[in-house]
Design a protein around this ligand. Structure first.
Ligand code: 2HA
Ligand code: ZN
Length: 271
């Protein structure tokens, strides 16, 4: 067996959580990441049948039965993951009946996965239905995106449109737009179900006055989606109180999307 602490997926979780922490997206225990792993790859590092503990999921994740995830822990701080991955991260296999998570590694102080794990797993199920290559769900509290939630209508067409106007690259990076949920109680199956529902249509979902979810085929894709939204939200927050003299027009946004060959939400533009 190879040393799990050298596994690329552990390294990637360490690097990404440290990076997100330093960007200010994950104060205290804010944020969580889950990544679907390849069972054969995990088997090079762990006996995938050696269960340390069984933790009930609180909902039926049957479509993910026997799949293995690496996930951040509840009450754990992103800033600490790189220094103590075995305590702050866990690797779990979803049970064959879909009702439990079998802990294979990590959460070494007796902890458990993020309270948002149901929302993550429901989002994984939704994304895998539309893109069988999707592996990552990421949640965080990026500062300017959150600030924008307080001064901009929480309407997905208007929110997406405003962000598309803020940076030329936006419509190319997230042509599918951003789903928006109103403020809801977090850590519940209900917010998980609403998030997953939006995830069928969008790779980005704003949780009103809380944060954002991003999905991707790999860590980079989920990360750069959120990074691009956050950059655009920063430009918005730097300019929203000033007279707008120039803007990227809707016909120019369409021109961009067509030039780069992306399938964009035409109904989010006034053409
Ligand atoms: O895990 O961000 O939404 C902490 C959170 C809850
Ligand atoms: Zn949160």
């Amino acid at each position: 067996m190879k040393d799990i602490l050298t596994a690329p997926f552990v390294e990637e979780m360490k690097r990404t959580t440290a990076n997100m922490y330093r960007l200010g997206w994950d104060e205290r225990n804010g944020g969580n990441i889950s990544m679907l792993l390849d069972t054969e790859e995990v088997a090079q590092y762990l006996d995938v049948d050696a269960v340390i503990r069984t933790i009930p999921l609180g909902f039926d994740a049957y479509p993910l039965a026997d799949r293995i995830f690496i996930v951040t822990g509840t009450g754990k701080y992103f800033k600490n993951v790189e220094f103590d991955p075995e305590n702050n991260l866990g690797i779990v296999r979803i049970s064959s009946n879909g009702l439990d998570a079998h802990l294979l590694w990590g959460f070494s102080d007796g902890g458990r996965f993020t309270s948002e794990f149901p929302a993550h797993l429901m989002s994984h199920i939704a994304r895998l239905d539309v893109d069988p290559e999707n592996r990552v769900i990421m949640h965080c509290h990026p500062t300017h995106t959150l600030a924008m939630n307080y001064v901009h209508e929480l309407d997905e067409r208007k929110f997406t449109h405003t962000l598309w106007e803020m940076c030329t690259e936006c419509i190319v990076v997230f042509p599918d737009g951003i789903g928006v949920l109103p403020w809801m109680l977090c850590g519940t199956n209900s917010i998980g179900e609403s998030t997953a529902c939006k995830m069928r249509e969008f790779r980005l979902v704003v949780w009103g006055m809380h944060g954002i979810y991003g999905a991707g085929r790999n860590m980079d894709e989920a990360f750069v989606l959120i990074e691009t939204v956050e950059k655009a939200a920063q430009i918005y927050m730097l300019t929203a109180h000033l007279p707008r003299i120039n803007t990227i027009k809707d016909n120019e946004l369409a021109e961009l999307a067509e030039f780069f060959g992306v399938n964009y939400r035409k109904d989010f533009l006034d053409l």
